[in-house]
Write a protein that binds this ligand. Structure first.
Ligand SMILES: Cc1cc2nc3c(=O)[nH]c(=O)nc-3n(C[C@H](O)[C@H](O)[C@H](O)COP(=O)(O)O)c2cc1C
Length: 286
């Protein structure tokens, strides 16, 4: 898959056509999950379930921003085993599936949930594993009018159609820090040293979907290393925060691996000097 192109093409789609996703495409998604999907921590057990449009009614009230469920012809539901990095891994793996959907010409949107047992009951899932992530998908409505989510907070979201609306994202220079948190001195030189490839990885990270579009993270770079840092966020919910961190780690990793070779993340990063409330999540050598 051409990850860089897929990452640039993906956006959250919340309005779907009544068009059925062909059986052959669903089979391709299943095969991809079984054989090729990228895992962050392969030893964490996961299961992927597929649901049709009936799931919409079942999930009503159990999933979606302020219980507003994205109605779609299909849903992917990922389950995970227990592990300290279970949701980081789930975010990484499910984003890989989202980009596979994009590759197959399908549109999608992540869907939040609060209570694993409530979702399992609603969907009739019998498993020891816990619900980790939900994604709605299908063929988006083709229009220049886009469904705008004006996200103020979890309980204050306006949904309205607006022309050519693209949600603003944080820029590369806003996401990246050099040497110490908050410092950008030397960042341009460092990016130049990596022949703009580091910029591409950071750019891919800047396009990552995140819970409420909060992008509550940043990258602390230093000679030969990169650390993903979680920023404190008032709207943060632990599962969605960890999923968003896994997603951004995915975008950075798959793009950086084009030039840095396989990135090996350590999840017990040495405590870098960070401002209060910030947490180092993962470190890798580059
Ligand atoms: C963990 C997670 C949960 C999300 N839940 C919802 C949701 O319930 N409803 C929704 O409309 N969008 C949801 N989103 C999508 C985000 O709002 C979206 O990624 C963000 O606004 C940025 O827009 P983009 O994906 O088009 O780049 C979720 C995203 C993530 C990562």
């Amino acid at each position: 898959m051409n990850y860089a192109a897929l990452i640039q093409n993906r956006k959250s789609v919340r309005e779907f056509q009544n068009k059925v996703v062909p059986f052959q495409l669903l089979e391709q998604v299943k095969t991809y999950y079984r054989k090729s999907a990228r895992h962050l921590i392969p030893e964490i057990g996961t299961e992927l379930y597929f649901f049709g449009t009936d799931a919409r009614e079942a999930l009503e009230g159990a999933a979606g921003y302020h219980k507003f469920l994205v109605g779609a012809p299909q849903y992917l539901v990922l389950l995970t085993g227990e592990h300290p990095q279970a949701y980081l891994n789930a975010g990484f793996l499910m984003e890989d599936m989202v980009l596979k959907l994009t590759d197959l010409g399908l549109d999608s949107c992540w869907v939040t949930f609060a209570d694993s047992e409530q979702v399992k009951d609603a969907l009739g899932i019998e498993s020891e594993l816990k619900i980790a992530a939900i994604v709605a998908f299908g063929y988006g409505v083709k229009t220049t009018r886009r469904l705008r989510l004006n996200i103020k907070s979890m309980s204050n979201i306006d949904i309205q159609a607006k022309r050519h609306y693209f949600e603003p994202k944080r820029s590369v220079s806003d996401l990246a820090h050099w040497g110490t948190w908050g410092s950008r001195d030397g960042l341009d030189k460092a990016i130049g040293f990596y022949d703009d490839m580091l910029w591409e990885a950071l750019y891919a990270a800047s396009l990552a979907p995140s819970y409420l579009n909060r992008q509550a993270y940043g990258f602390l770079l230093d000679t030969g290393s990169v650390t993903l840092v979680a920023r404190p966020d008032d709207y943060s919910v632990p599962i969605d925060e960890a999923l968003s961190l896994g997603i951004v780690l995915h975008h950075f990793t798959v793009t950086a691996e084009n030039w840095a070779g396989k990135l090996s993340w350590s999840f017990e990063p040495e405590s870098a000097q960070l401002p209060e409330g910030h947490r180092a999540i993962a470190t890798a050598a580059i």
